[in-house]
Write a protein of this length. Structure first.
Length: 73
């Protein structure tokens, strides 16, 4: 089960003062799937559990174009 946290709270809990990224930067990370999360009605949420389990290095799955064979499997 995912644990979504508002990005602003996640930033405060994850980064030390003076090294915290801007909310817009985190929004970009979530949009690019660099950090697991969701943007719901314009509000950025981070999947805190998944991020923590990843060892603070989240690697997204490589995106590739699907072929008709992928749909059959």
């Amino acid at each position: 089960m995912s644990y979504l946290v508002k990005a602003r709270k996640w930033i405060k809990e994850t980064f030390e003062e003076g090294s915290r990224p801007a909310l817009k930067e985190v929004e970009g990370w979530v949009s690019n799937e660099d950090v697991p999360g969701r943007i719901i009605t314009g509000i950025v949420y981070v999947d805190a559990d998944r991020f923590a389990l990843s060892g603070a290095v989240y690697k997204r799955a490589e995106k590739r174009e699907q072929t008709p064979f992928d749909l059959l499997s």
